[in-house]
Design a protein around this ligand. Structure first.
Ligand SMILES: NC(=O)c1ccc[n+]([C@@H]2O[C@H](COP(=O)([O-])OP(=O)(O)OC[C@H]3O[C@@H](n4cnc5c(N)ncnc54)[C@H](O)[C@@H]3O)[C@@H](O)[C@H]2O)c1
Length: 243
């Protein structure tokens, strides 16, 4: 890939997919600024801890990454939260958290990053949406809606900012073996290893995704190999449709 020497900001960098993205980018010679609530355990060129629910923090992140790295070519909006349940079981707190992290934060980060990237000739933004935002899934109504919103934002921003040399695309995984999925199983009383293996039998490829399976597609979308891709919603699902 052609990523050597570029600068990247990754949100949710301490999580399952985020950590894999940071490692994959750094392997390609990218200098990475990592954002999450606690990034102390993440190896990177710049550490920008904070809470994405704080508008001032989200607004300032791209500028802080640019200041720390000297350039900002790639932004990966990966942080996310999942709330379960039908609308009738969704609390106001679930609603605010889901919209705040999954929709408002990427909006704020993109709004701040786009002018900075445009001023230096362009770049690539990759948003982490979900298959569960492209197709309806049971029992996660608000989560699915937030990922649909992020997918739509990606398509619209892709069109609007391509003339500035900024390619904006999204990766849409199905189930991935990360803390998000595993803690959900544990919370419901299942053994995460057994549940992940069982879930793998429902996937045509025979296993659910590992974080690296998603990180490689994110790297592709961030690289010049995807130079003609704009507003794309790339499903990475091992052949499995949403339930
Ligand atoms: N795991 C899956 O099955 C799956 C499937 C489809 C899409 N996704 C999406 O992939 C992305 C990454 O998820 P993951 O599975 O790696 O989950 P994860 O829980 O391992 O990582 C998410 C990270 O986001 C961070 N984060 C959450 N709220 C934050 C906040 N307010 N401020 C700062 N950071 C915050 C968390 O601290 C965490 O490190 C998410 O957007 C998720 O919706 C995951």
């Amino acid at each position: 890939m052609d990523l050597q020497g570029k600068g990247a900001l990754v949100t949710g960098a301490a999580g399952g997919i985020g950590l894999a993205v940071v490692r994959a980018l750094r392997t390609q010679g990218v200098r990475v600024a990592v954002a999450d609530r606690d990034v102390s355990g993440v190896e990177a060129e710049a550490h920008l801890p904070g809470d994405l629910l704080d508008p001032a923090y989200a607004d300032a992140l791209p500028g802080a990454a640019l200041a720390a790295l000297g350039r900002l070519d790639i932004v990966v909006n990966n942080a996310g939260v999942i709330t379960r349940g039908q609308v009738t079981e969704t609390t106001d707190a679930d609603w605010a958290l889901s919209l705040g992290v999954n929709v408002e934060a990427p909006f704020r980060v993109c709004r701040a990053a786009i002018p900075l990237m445009a001023a230096s000739g362009g770049g690539a933004i990759v948003n982490v949406a979900s298959c569960w935002g492209l197709h309806p899934g049971p029992n996660h109504a608000v989560y699915c809606m937030t990922k649909a919103a992020l997918a739509s934002l990606t398509q619209c921003m892709g069109m609007d900012h391509a003339p500035q040399g900024i390619r904006i695309n999204a990766v849409c995984p199905n189930e991935v073996n990360t803390p998000m999925l595993r803690t959900g199983f544990a919370r419901r009383g299942f053994d995460p290893d057994k549940a992940v293996a069982q879930l793998g039998t429902t996937v045509p490829l025979g296993r659910i995704a590992e974080p690296e399976d998603i990180a490689d597609v994110i790297l592709f979308l961030a690289s010049d190999a995807a130079r003609y891709m704009v507003g794309a919603l790339v499903e990475v699902n091992g052949g499995k449709a949403v339930a």
